[in-house]
Design a protein around this ligand. Structure first.
Ligand code: ATP
Ligand code: MG
Length: 480
């Protein structure tokens, strides 16, 4: 199966198609050339034997004119003694042979007078051989009755030449096709191998490993020039990314520390004011705002990190069932508080294993459960479900709340997007953005569906077999 897919890939390459067109054109030209040579040779050989026959006929005709039928018969007898390739027969009206070098009258169907071809048998060293001849037949009307004269040339050699052409032609075409297809296959395989190495490197880079480079061979051919250019481009992108990361890191660091300090100060003032018996509700609100700011910062940094694939080194084999159980347990009290039923549904035997980053997957699931609890009115249901089938492993959160209208679904995964309906609940609009980033990081898909009523958010991870086929990505930390 895999072999068939590989050969199908070869056949689909541009190189193979070019070779195929070339081979077909070449086979056509060679066939045309061979056919033309055959036709020309046959024409020349026919003209040659016709000329010989004409000369014989002229000689015999002279004899006949001068000496009558008897003289012709003597002439045929004497010529039959050293015939070379020539055949002579003189017969009476009933085709009884009077003279000549053929044992029996051959069966001739064409008009007398024109050139005719016929088969005859000849005995060579006691063996009878079927041969072909070409010649002319004349009826001779005399007072003694009608006689027939057949003068012909053996064309066995011409037939041999013809047979050589007719057997050579198909073999030549078959050989050209076989060699052409083999050559085309080899060329395409070579080309595919070079392209595959470029493709493999690109997918590793897309997956977040910016340190990878396209291998360059000694050959210095056009692929190497392409690889060198790509590598130069990658160097530049990596430098830019590094600069950007440094700026983001320092901004985050420089802002996060003062924010934490601000929070500390606020807490201290609150403590002091409380001790003095003053109203601290304003300060409490300020602390909440600061917490929100810090949370936004953390979420933004986590999304940026996930998008950049910097958490690559922490991939482990992960049981989605246990992640779902942990997160459900964590959110159970909150669900109860909001009078919601939180249910966990898992297949018997578990086994929903993926290769992933535990803290990122947990955070993504927590964001989905958090949304479900936040936006579902009291009395509703929230269901967390893991599922495994032949297409892959999935993790979904379904609720019975208001749901998201289909036209808004692509928009809500963007950063800071919150729908009008949820303006008065707390939030920054980064929750689903992180879920989408985590999905992308794991080559998974985030699908938002109608739960009629409510929202069903599903993270669909690729099938284990597909994941094994993914390029092996070295840990970023090890690469740096
Ligand atoms: N389960 C849901 N039911 C109804 N609407 C939802 C649901 N989940 C998300 N939404 C809508 O999508 C918007 C974006 O969700 P997202 O989780 O990104 O942000 P948020 O919940 O508003 O804020 P944050 O998660 O950052 O605290 C929400 O504001 C809400 O309008
Ligand atoms: Mg949210």
């Amino acid at each position: 199966m895999a072999q068939m897919r590989a050969s199908l890939r070869l056949v689909r390459t541009q190189a193979f198609r070019i070779v195929l067109v070339y081979v077909l054109l070449f086979a056509f030209s060679v066939s045309a050339l061979l056919f033309f040579t055959y036709w020309n040779t046959r024409r020349t050989l026919d003209a040659q034997s016709d000329q010989i026959i004409e000369a014989e006929i002229t000689g015999l005709n002279e004899q006949y004119q001068r000496l009558g039928i008897r003289g012709l018969a003597e002439s045929v007898v004497s010529r039959s003694q050293h015939p070379g390739n020539a055949l002579y027969i003189l017969s009476d009206g009933a085709h009884n042979i009077l003279a000549g070098n053929l044992d029996a009258w051959p069966s001739i169907t064409s008009d007398p007078g024109n050139f005719v071809e016929f088969g005859y048998e000849r005995s060579v060293n006691g063996l009878t051989e079927a041969r072909r001849a070409r010649g002319r037949l004349f009826p001779l009307r005399t007072p003694a009755g009608t006689f027939y004269l057949l003068v012909a040339e053996d064309v066995h050699d011409r037939d041999l030449t013809q047979r050589m052409f007719t057997t050579t032609l198909p073999w030549t075409v078959v050989l050209i096709l076989v060699h052409g297809l083999l050559g085309g296959g080899l060329m395409s395989r070579n080309m595919l191998r070079r392209l595959d190495s470029i493709n493999r490197t690109s997918s590793e880079i897309v997956a977040g490993n910016l340190t990878r480079r396209v291998p360059v061979s000694e050959a210095q051919d056009e692929f190497d020039v392409l690889a060198e250019n790509l590598n130069r481009m990658l160097d530049r992108i990596e430098r830019l990314m590094k600069g950007l990361r440094e700026v983001t890191d320092s901004v985050a660091h420089d802002l996060r520390t003062p924010l934490n300090r601000l929070r500390q100060r606020l807490e201290q003032s609150q403590g002091r004011l409380q001790a003095a018996g003053s109203d601290t509700s304003e300060i409490e609100r300020a602390i909440a705002e600061t917490d929100q700011l810090i949370a936004t910062f953390n979420a933004l940094l986590l999304i940026a990190e996930t998008d950049a694939g910097t958490a690559r080194g922490t991939m482990v084999l992960l049981d989605l069932g246990s992640v779902a159980a942990d997160v459900s347990e964590l959110y159970e009290p909150l669900a109860e508080e909001r009078n919601l039923t939180l249910k966990l549904v898992q297949p018997l035997g578990g086994g929903a294993i993926i290769e992933g980053n535990r803290s990122l997957v947990s955070q993504a699931l927590a964001n989905l459960v958090d949304n479900a609890i936040k936006y579902t009115p009291p009395g509703g249901r929230v269901t967390v479900r893991t599922l495994q089938d032949e297409t892959g492993v999935s993790l979904s959160v379904a609720d019975s709340g208001p749901g998201i209208p289909p036209e808004e679904r692509p928009r809500v995964v963007e950063r800071f997007v919150r729908l009008e309906a949820s303006r008065n609940s707390p939030g920054t609009g980064l929750g689903l953005s992180l879920v989408a980033a985590v999905a992308h990081f794991h080559n998974a898909e985030l699908v938002l569906d109608d739960n009629a009523p409510g929202l069903k958010a599903t993270l669909r991870f690729p099938h284990p077999a597909a994941r094994i086929a993914l390029p092996q990505i070295p840990s970023r930390n090890a690469a740096e």
